[in-house]
Each structure stands twice: as structure tokens, then as C-alpha cells.
Design a protein around this ligand. Structure first.
Ligand code: PLP
Length: 409
């Protein structure tokens, strides 16, 4: 156990003895890369030629008119290759893997976005790739499994526990312990043992750096509030990092309110009262757990927010008051998504739609002289089945039934 990597009372490095050497190696490689200005330049170059960076900021003119309050701006992380901010982290870690001379990558995935992004990175860099995914998620996210396999990854369905994300993480750690010499674990969010929260936040900080510059160029001032959804916390850490030293900018993290904070069926660790501090999966943070430390079942319409823990850095920023945490319910989120699609032609992922839902609650209370910024962390192509179900689209159901008939024939 190491004292390093603490953010206030949260974080740390709670590791089995056998992994300590691998983490020391990773920490050294990361520190060297960070100290080398050519590394960030190589990262920016890669992202500008492979993933549409810098992503633009879009003025949501129609939504602004609709709500009649603050001017609404949207940071377009949905325009990244593979459709989400996840690309920033995986491509950055890919460059680190090259520096460390390893040849194989593994990852966990829930919604499948991080799995697809990792498999894409592995295809580009020529790494062998294995993705761990809960059996339930494999069934829910077949299109993403299809693409991971086409990209050359081996997808391993995890049958332990609740057969979802936390079980996939445990399985990925088990693999890493056995194959440390050749393998790097590409953790997908700003969680886990040190130095992962810092590594992931470092690569995602490209969002905040750009957003700050773009707001100043476009509006001549910074936004009054910045909204981001919070699963593990990587897109939030990314965009917030551009504004941490600006007391005039309020940072708002939006968690999954599921069926409501009183229902018990949600994934609000910091905005709700159901979570408590504990140690699991190698780090200390707020977890949705029972009195005996057993992890509870969480719920969200957005698979990417449906997680028991939260970034230790955000847990600390919650405690210091640097970030305000709110929760949006499934119903509010699907409504916000539908409105954004119809009014702006933007198609935010269900995860990102949490940030939109909260911003929509607050925009009318602000002055038209104020600007607010929403991070659109991803696009909703992956959510087509869930969104079609939420709206009970009869033509979509007919299409699926017809496809099933074709396969049966
Ligand atoms: C589009 C999108 N946004 C947000 C998230 C949540 O992750 P994080 O909190 O690490 O940004 C996910 C996770 O899968 C995602 O796919």
C-alpha cells in the first residue's frame, strides 16, 4: 500500500503485492512522458489527424431562445473518432504503451464505448487486444461487441457477480496480474489505483484546454457555468480542468438520478446520500455499498454512468466545494435528449444528456448576458435501442421484428 496519489482523503494505491512493480513502471513512464514536451505535442498531432481535434464549440441558438436565459454553448466531444471523449484517453495511453515497449492491451467496458475505442487504438498501433465485458452488457451492447471483434479484439464475457462493469474491472485486473510483462491495462475513466485517475485526467485535459481558449476567442470571456455528466468522471475532469483556477466559473457535475434519488435505483454517489466512503478496486472513494461493504446494484438509463464508484479527485473536489454535484433522472434525460435533437440537430449520448438536462433546469434562471457551456461527451448512435424503447417507436419495433424473421428463415 502506498501513501501516494491521494486527493485529500481519497485515492491511493491499494494493490496486491504482485502488481506493485508494474505500477511503479507505469508511474515512471508517465512522469517521464509528462516532463517531455514532445510527448504532448505528439499526442496533439495524433488527435488532430486521427480524431478531429480540436473539437469545436457550437452555439445552441435555438435552445437559448427556447429557454430565454443564458447563452448555451456545447463542446463537441461527440465528433471524436469512435464517437466520444474516450478516444482522448485511449490514444494517449497507446502512446505510453509504445514508450513502455509493451505489445498487448486489455480493457474493461460497460457500454462498450471504451472497448471500441481501445480496440481501435490497438488496431492502429498493432497491439494484441482483449476486452472484458460483463455478460449482461455483452447482450445489451451487441453492436459494440460486433465492432470490437471486427477491429481484432477478443471480447471475453464475464459471468461472475452481477455480470456488469465492476465484474469486468475485476477480471481485467486478474488478467493483468498474470501477464504484466507484455500487457498494459487501459483503464477507461478517472478511477482506480494511482496513477490512473491522474493519467486519464491528464489526457482528457485536452478538452478543457481547448474549451477555455475557444470561449475566450468566441465570446471574449469565460462561461458562468460548465456542465458535465459524471460516470467514473473522466469527461468531467477533462473539461473542468480548463477552469479550475477561475473562481468566477461554477463547475457542475451531473450524476445518474435513475428512477429518482429516493428510489434507490440510481448511480448518484456524490449528489445523493446513499453512498459511503470505502476502498474497492484499488482506491478509496464514495461507493454505493451496503453496511457490510457489499456493492449495491445501481441503475441508469445510460450504461456509461451506471457505476458504483467515482473519481477520487472528484470526491475531493466535492468535499472542498470546488465542484457542485447534481443528479438528473432517466425521464429528465430522455426529454432533454429529444429536445436537443429537435431544436439543434445535435444527438447527445444518453450519458451526455444528463449534463444537458441539468443545464436546461438552470439556464432560464440566468441572465441573457451569461454564457454556459455543456460538454457533449459523446453521440447517441450506440443508444438507438434504448432511445427507441423510451419513445416506443412502433416503426422501429417492426424493423427489428422483420430482421429477426429474416435471420430465422
Ligand atoms: C458518451 C459517454 N459519456 C460519458 C461517459 C461516462 O464516463 P466518464 O464519467 O468517465 O466521462 C461514458 C462512459 O461510457 C460515455 O460513453
Amino acid at each position: 500500500m502506498s501513501e501516494r496519489g491521494y486527493y485529500g482523503a481519497y485515492g491511493g494505491m491499494y494493490l496486491p503485492e504482485i502488481l506493485v512493480q508494474t505500477f511503479e513502471e507505469l508511474l515512471a513512464a508517465f512522469q517521464q512522458a509528462k516532463a517531455d514536451p514532445s510527448f504532448w505535442a505528439e499526442f496533439e498531432q495524433l488527435m488532430s489527424t486521427y480524431s478531429c481535434r480540436p473539437t469545436p464549440i457550437t452555439f445552441a441558438e435555438n435552445l437559448t431562445r427556447h429557454f430565454g436565459g443564458a447563452k448555451i454553448f456545447v463542446k463537441r466531444e461527440d465528433l471524436n473518432h469512435t464517437g466520444a471523449h474516450k478516444a482522448n484517453n485511449v490514444m494517449g495511453q497507446g502512446l505510453l504503451v509504445k514508450r513502455m515497449g509493451k505489445t498487448r492491451v486489455i480493457a474493461e467496458t460497460g457500454a462498450g464505448q471504451h472497448g471500441v475505442a481501445t480496440a481501435t487504438m490497438a488496431a492502429k498501433f498493432g497491439f494484441e487486444c482483449t476486452i472484458y465485458m460483463g455478460e449482461v452488457d455483452v447482450q445489451r451492447q451487441r453492436p459494440n461487441v460486433f465492432w470490437m471483434e471486427r477491429l481484432g479484439a477478443r471480447v471475453v464475457p464475464v459471468t461472475a457477480g452481477s455480470r456488469t462493469l465492476k465484474d469486468a474491472i475485476n477480471e481485467a485486473f486478474r488478467d493483468w496480474v498474470t501477464n504484466m510483462d507484455t500487457t498494459h491495462y487501459v483503464l477507461g475513466t478517472a478511477c482506480g489505483p494511482h496513477p490512473f485517475p491522474e493519467i486519464v485526467s491528464y489526457f482528457q485535459s485536452i478538452i478543457g484546454k481547448e474549451a477555455r481558449r475557444q470561449m475566450l476567442e468566441r465570446q471574449g470571456r469565460l462561461p458562468k457555468r460548465v456542465y458535465a455528466c459524471v460516470g467514473g468522471g473522466s469527461n468531467a475532469m477533462g473539461i473542468f480542468s480548463g477552469f479550475f483556477d477561475e473562481p468566477s466559473v461554477e463547475l457542475v457535475g451531473v450524476e445518474a438520478g435513475g428512477h429518482g434519488l429516493e428510489s434507490g435505483a440510481h448511480a448518484a454517489r456524490l449528489a445523493g446520500r446513499d453512498a459511503s466512503v470505502g476502498v474497492a478496486q484499488g482506491y478509496r472513494t464514495y461507493f454505493l455499498q451496503d453496511e457490510e461493504g457489499q456493492m449495491k446494484h445501481t441503475h441508469s438509463v445510460a450504461a456509461g454512468l451506471d457505476y458504483i464508484g467515482v473519481s477520487p479527485i472528484l470526491a475531493h473536489l466535492h468535499e472542498t466545494g470546488a465542484v457542485r454535484f447534481e443528479a438528473a433522472t432517466d425521464a429528465e434525460v430522455t426529454e432533454a435528449l429529444a429536445l436537443t435533437v429537435r431544436k439543434e440537430g445535435l444527438i447527445p449520448a444518453l450519458e451526455s444528456s444528463h449534463a444537458f438536462a441539468q443545464a436546461f433546469k438552470e439556464a432560464p434562471t440566468l441572465s441573457p448576458d451569461d454564457c454556459i457551456l455543456i460538454n457533449q461527451s459523446g453521440r447517441a448512435d450506440k443508444d438507438i435501442f434504448t432511445v427507441a424503447d423510451a419513445f416506443g417507436d412502433p416503426a422501429w419495433k417492426q424493423f427489428i421484428l422483420q430482421k429477426a424473421e429474416e435471420y430465422r428463415a
